[in-house]
Design a binder for this molecule. Structure first.
Ligand SMILES: [Zn+2]
Length: 270
């Protein structure tokens, strides 16, 4: 046997020892033992796949560059580790940091409708923005491209797109009043009042409408603040954090679109 053959034979012998070890390591890394409930008998079924999110939450990074935000989203910070599934730079570049099937740490405390653990149920998208500057059009174009991909591929309803401040009024202020929700709506994403706005009938309950949309109601002033950011934007007509006539018209339109105009007014939705 020539020397090269001897070397090859030794390598093969080593491989014969190492391969089962590697295989075991790979298997244990890729397929952890399922978490079994000790109070039940384990009778596994092959008929399942990964759970899918049902909501998309939009944020701004409140930082000055995408690289600064990437550092924050990929390290342990003094305020605790945070992440998101995606970051869209102000130049339109799309980064993915966490797989769609995994639970990124972007929403924190808060709730939306009956969703009480928003991180478990959602995809988080961070937009590279300092909180005071307008969003760039190329960034919004990339966001629309990403929203089309996510809603198609993960079958998330296109209306199920909200801002961080919507689920956490008073605690969060992003994506703020500069975020172009109306432009998203024109592209078919998010909830937005349709058609001419009309005054609601007597007895219309705006708080029931806000709750129906999904808003938390534990701090009503904070909820109106978040609602104004989302549906009135930089509208100069907004006076403080009280609901005005235009808010009521918007809420009435939204409640009718959600099919509950009659349910919260006592008047059938026409
Ligand atoms: Zn946020």
């Amino acid at each position: 046997m020539s020397r090269p053959h001897a070397l090859h034979a030794r390598r093969f012998a080593v491989h014969r020892w190492l391969m089962p070890l590697c295989l075991a390591t790979v298997l244990s890394a890729c397929a952890p033992t399922p978490v079994r409930n000790p109070i039940a008998q384990w009778v596994p079924s092959p008929n399942y796949d990964a759970r899918r999110p049902v909501l998309i939450v939009i944020h701004f990074t409140n930082e000055h560059s995408a690289s600064q935000a990437l550092h924050t989203l990929r390290t342990a910070n003094s305020g605790g580790p945070v992440s998101a599934h995606y970051l869209v730079g102000d130049d339109g570049h799309i980064y993915q940091l966490v797989a769609d099937s995994e639970r990124a740490w972007h929403a924190g405390a808060g709730h939306w409708g009956t969703i009480t653990d928003v991180n478990s149920a959602s995809i988080g998208i961070e937009l590279d923005n300092d909180g005071d500057s307008p969003f760039t059009q190329v960034q919004i174009d990339s966001l629309l491209h990403l929203l089309a991909d996510l809603t198609d591929r993960l079958r998330i309803p296109r209306t199920q797109i909200i801002g961080h401040e919507d689920l956490a009024p008073g605690r969060k202020d992003d994506p703020g009043p500069r975020f172009p929700w109306q432009q998203l709506a024109q592209a078919g994403f998010g909830l937005w009042p349709q058609g001419p706005l009309v005054d609601p009938p007597p007895g219309f309950d705006p708080w029931a409408a806000l709750g129906l949309i999904g808003y938390p109601l534990d701090n009503r002033t904070a909820t109106v603040h978040s609602f104004h950011h989302h549906f009135r934007g930089m509208d100069a007509g907004i006076n403080g954090d009280a609901l005005d006539g235009q808010d009521l018209r918007i809420l009435y339109a939204l409640s009718r679109q959600l099919g509950a105009g009659g349910g919260i007014t006592g008047v059938p939705a026409g």
